[in-house]
Design a protein around this ligand. Structure first.
Ligand SMILES: Nc1ncnc2c1ncn2[C@@H]1O[C@H](COP(=O)(O)OP(=O)(O)O)[C@@H](O)[C@H]1O
Ligand SMILES: O=P(O)(O)OC[C@H](O)CO
Length: 500
């Protein structure tokens, strides 16, 4: 019984991983599922696809590991955050496709809430800004656009959940409607200071209270999977949003510890301890995890384009065939050129939060070619991280004293070139761990902690192993010159919005 099954339900794929008692990996299974783009700026998932791909991957992972349900001590769930599902309590049928975190359809609702002056109060309670990114306005949209949904919700017939909550409902055969504090903290409906749904926000966003799940610790006994799914019941004892799970998997348990995950986008979280820190730089204040009823908070910066800029080089421009070619190509770039890419393909995230601007290249010459573009693309990810890093340091000066090291994970950290440049521009060490599967590991840890397979956080943290430390090696003058060039490029992009 010393195995733990982690479910990592992401934006583009569902994964299941089996971890052993010594946190080594016994099996991995992964399946992509369809994305739906019914209108410009809309992104949807079929809840049934989320469910079936998840269950199939769990079964495949168990089979690959040669294990049965009775061998698994617990299941941990981690998930794409904010994505919103509304379903019928009696039948389990979703009333609409899931509205994905990237979906911008509620921009008008958000603009109205801002114009009516609600942002300061909402931010004070939720730690978030008003943006279509978060779940609250997505729920309201479904209730207002699916015929009869609002009346049914008011009669208590419909339930809301983020993806963890929806999976928990299905795994338990419709017996448990619950989520954890990290997922609740991304809804715009949850008061991160009291740890409860907020009646004023629930009224303001017109979401019936009866739709909302119970909110529990991230490591807790949520329920049991029904026996016929995996050949026997399995306890479900851990839940966290994927970026929070990566923070746990990276063992960032101490205030001042920070992780950054580089996948399609990039999400950086800085542990600020048990007191929430309000940002003056449009970073989010979020719950990093809740253990034993105690909430630990983080400052979060979200960048929408990181690895997807590398995909643009490959699929859009066709100047590389594989992502891994970018580093060697960047190495060959002309050192006399200063080319900047601001990859605002879908607007800019933290700390700018401008959904209207679009990307730009600066500093092109007749000699600019694929090498310079690869260089500028990889560097853009580092500059964007620098902006978050700098914002975090002004929001929470203790971060300076903590001598923060950045722990990194995600597909793009395979690029040594990028990680070295990141260390150079941050002027701080960048640590890449041995276990790159930090998100799934975080979910497994939460479940295994409750089930008694894994030790308390401090002991778990001792198991974190460094694969490589990238040390800053750039001169201060060069760093300052490059950062000033980036600041000008960002200013140019933001000015394009003012000019319209
Ligand atoms: N060696 C590399 N150099 C640069 N980028 C890379 C490299 N390997 C992978 N990537 C980028 O990392 C991203 C994949 O990371 P992953 O963590 O799997 O993302 P996600 O979970 O968001 O799908 C892709 O966008 C890819 O372009
Ligand atoms: O599924 P990912 O890895 O793209 O993560 C999505 C984030 O949780 C969105 O906030």
């Amino acid at each position: 019984m010393s195995f733990v099954l982690a479910i990592d339900q992401g934006t583009t794929s569902s994964r299941a991983m089996v971890f052993r008692g010594d946190i080594s990996i016994a099996a991995v299974a992964q399946q992509e599922f369809p994305q739906h783009f019914p209108a410009s700026g809309w992104v949807e998932h079929e809840p049934e696809d989320i469910w079936t791909s998840t269950v199939m991957m769990c079964r495949e992972a168990l089979e690959k590991a040669g294990l049965k349900a009775k061998d698994i001590a617990a299941i941990g769930i981690t998930n794409q955050r904010e994505t919103t599902v509304v379903w019928d309590r009696a039948t389990g049928q979703a009333v609409h496709r899931a509205i994905v975190w990237q979906d911008r359809r509620t921009a008008d609702i958000c603009a109205k809430l801002k114009a009516d002056g609600h942002e300061p109060a909402i931010s004070a309670k939720t730690g978030l800004i008003i943006d279509p990114y978060f779940s609250g306005t997505k729920v309201a949209w479904i209730l207002d656009h699916v015929p009869g949904a609002r009346e049914r919700a008011e009669r208590g017939e419909l339930l809301f959940g983020t993806v963890d909550c929806y999976l928990l409902w299905r795994l338990t055969g419709g017996r448990v409607h619950a989520t954890d504090a990290t997922n609740a903290s991304r809804t715009l409906l949850f008061n991160i200071h009291t740890g409860a749904w907020d009646d004023d926000l629930v009224r303001l966003l017109r979401v019936p209270r009866s739709m909302l799940p119970e909110v529990k610790d991230s490591s807790a006994r949520f329920g049991e999977s029904i026996a016929d799914l995996f050949g026997g019941p399995i306890a479900i004892s851990g839940i966290a949003g994927d970026q929070q799970a990566a923070t746990i998997g990276q063992a960032c348990f101490e205030p001042g510890m920070m992780k950054s995950t580089y996948g399609t986008g990039c999400f950086a979280l800085l542990n600020t301890g048990t007191t929430p820190v309000a940002s003056k730089n449009k970073l989010l204040t979020t719950i990093a995890y809740q253990l034993g009823g105690q909430r630990t908070y983080a400052l979060e910066g979200s960048i929408f384009v990181a690895g997807s800029a590398v995909q643009w080089l490959r699929d859009g421009l066709g100047i590389i065939k594989h992502a891994a070619e970018t580093g060697p190509l960047a190495d060959k770039s002309d050192s006399m050129q200063s080319v900047y890419l601001v990859p605002a393909f879908v607007g800019m995230g933290a700390p700018y939060w401008n959904p209207r601007v679009r990307g730009a290249l600066f500093g092109l010459t007749r000699n600019t070619g694929p090498a310079e573009l690869a260089h500028a693309t990889l560097e853009s990810v580092c500059y964007q991280t620098f902006d978050l890093w700098a914002a975090m340091r002004t929001d929470w000066p203790e971060a300076n004293a903590a001598n923060t090291v950045l722990r990194v994970d995600g597909g793009m950290t395979a690029s040594d070139w990028t990680m070295q440049r990141l260390a150079d521009l941050l002027n701080a060490p960048v640590d890449r761990p041995m276990i790159q599967e930090t998100t799934a590991l975080g979910a497994a840890y939460l479940a295994g902690l409750d089930a008694g397979v894994y030790p308390e956080p401090a002991k778990f943290a001792d198991n974190w192993r460094l694969e490589h430390r990238f040390r800053p090696a750039m001169s201060q003058a060069t760093r300052e010159r490059k950062l000033a060039g980036w600041a000008c490029a960002v200013k140019g992009v933001l000015a394009s919005d003012e000019g319209e």
